[in-house]
Design a protein around this ligand. Structure first.
Ligand SMILES: [Zn+2]
Ligand SMILES: [Zn+2]
Length: 148
């Protein structure tokens, strides 16, 4: 099967719409060496936990809190309770299948996800929007990174 990066990035964009994060929706798709999608993931709380958009609702909504307070409160909530799309995508694939895969992310990985990506043995990351350039630079010294 021929790898079509743009098609797989569209898939990741599509997956991102399942995210229940009140701040940002991120999607990821993991593809094996044969070009087969073996896992997908989006950012959010662990399965069965209160969703971010449930926590930030009503009097706690983004609109009610105001942008500055929301962003500050969301940063703490997210650090405590949310997994990033890359982490979910990798965790939901069998560990034995991680090595040599290619990851498609709608946002470039943060340092925390970068460490997971390297440990999983992923060989290439395609990303769309730049999140942190220094994390991209760091990952580029170890694996292939390409913006599409
Ligand atoms: Zn969130
Ligand atoms: Zn991350």
């Amino acid at each position: 099967m021929k790898l079509d990066p743009l098609r797989l990035m569209r898939w990741a964009e599509d997956v991102s719409t399942d995210s229940t994060c009140a701040k940002i929706q991120v999607g990821a798709v993991l593809v094996n060496a044969r070009g087969q999608v073996i896992s997908t993931g989006f950012n959010g709380t662990p399965a069965g936990h209160l969703h971010c958009d449930e926590f930030f609702s009503g009097t706690m909504s983004r609109l009610a809190l105001g942008e500055e307070v929301f962003l500050s409160m969301h940063a703490s909530f997210s650090e405590r309770e949310e997994l990033h799309a890359e982490q979910n995508c990798i965790l939901y694939a069998p560990q034995a299948s991680w090595a040599g895969t290619t990851l498609f992310c709608t946002w470039s990985p943060c340092f925390a996800c970068g460490k997971v990506i390297l440990t999983a043995g992923i060989k290439k990351v395609f990303y769309r929007t730049v999140y942190k350039q220094d994390a991209i630079d760091y990952l580029s010294r170890h694996i292939e990174m390409e913006q599409i």
